[in-house]
Design a protein around this ligand. Structure first.
Ligand code: DGL
Length: 283
């Protein structure tokens, strides 16, 4: 079997990197839906359809487990796919297929609690309220997934999503660092103005933003700790495979990078982050 990793573009490579490091023996297929990126400004139905098509393509390429390395797809499409399409598709193919997201592991890392842990309203004693900033796409911010799911688990942690429209698109295009620095600093400042101070912790809630994590770290005060989705996702996937021993991860170390967009080498920004040039083939 292979592990499939899906994103609208190059952002999911941040998660992919950690997964490859964690499971070096496994086969991997990465799919970037660059023909339709960025997802952050699209409507819900469109995001569901595109994510489903991406998963289908990854299953065809030999993946049995697909990780949606995209907050927007995880927030908007994952539940629908798991409840409706995936059971049918498993039945049609007779394969033990699954699709996992990255929001659950991120919330577990942010709250320090397992996903199953929920407090009843008013039950948790609030000694000190911590503020969590979530920098994300407009679609993820509008879903309120971080606010809702964190509130259920930690009443002493208040999440505020800050939409950063356009930022994923700029990163996708390999915009110069000077330009990205200004945009990142503007969003960090917009959140500070909205909540009256900088957050205690922050999530880069769009996988593209991990590529420019040093710019976020520089714009935020040093006391604000960053929660990193790629490592949280790799830890969660390791726990998943511990529980599901029927998946055989031993492979030939296949690494395939597919795109629905224009095949070829990705930007210098991506190469710098990845540590080597990244070349996509046509999906
Ligand atoms: N990297 C994706 C995310 O984590 C999608 C960004 C976009 O396509 O707008 O949300």
């Amino acid at each position: 079997m292979a592990i499939g990793v899906f994103d609208s573009g190059v952002g999911g490579l941040t998660v992919h990197r950690k997964l490859v490091d964690r499971f070096p023996e496994a086969d991997f297929v990465y799919l970037a839906d660059q023909a339709h990126a960025p997802y952050g400004g699209l409507g819900g139905e469109e995001i569901v359809d595109l994510t489903q098509a991406g998963c289908r393509r990854l299953f065809e390429a030999g993946a049995d487990v697909v990780v949606l390395a995209c907050n927007t797809a995880s927030a908007i499409a994952l539940r629908r796919l798991q409840q409706v399409w995936l059971p049918e598709h498993r039945h049609e193919t007779g394969r033990n297929l699954n699709v996992l997201g990255i929001i659950v592991p991120t919330i577990e890392a942010a709250t320090g609690r397992p996903w199953e842990h929920q407090v009843s309203p008013g039950e948790g004693k609030i000694e000190k309220l911590e503020i969590l900033g979530v920098f994300c796409t407009a679609a993820t911010a509008m879903s309120q997934v971080y606010e809702i799911e964190i509130q259920k688990r930690r009443e002493d942690l208040a999440a505020f999503s800050e939409p950063c429209p356009g930022l994923a698109g700029l990163i996708e295009l390999g915009a110069p660092e000077e330009e990205l620095k200004v945009v990142v600093a503007d969003h960090v400042d917009a959140l500070r103005r909205r909540i009256g101070r900088h957050p205690d912790k922050a999530i880069l809630g769009c996988t593209h933003y991990e590529i420019v994590a040093p710019l976020f770290a520089a714009a935020l005060p040093p006391e604000t700790s960053l929660i990193h989705q790629p490592s949280a996702t790799a830890d969660a996937l390791a726990r998943y495979f511990e529980r599901h021993r029927d998946y055989d991860l031993g492979g030939s170390g296949r690494r395939q990078f597919l795109t629905t967009g224009t095949p070829g080498q990705q930007s210098d920004l991506v190469s710098r982050f990845w540590g080597a040039p990244v070349t996509f083939e046509a999906a």
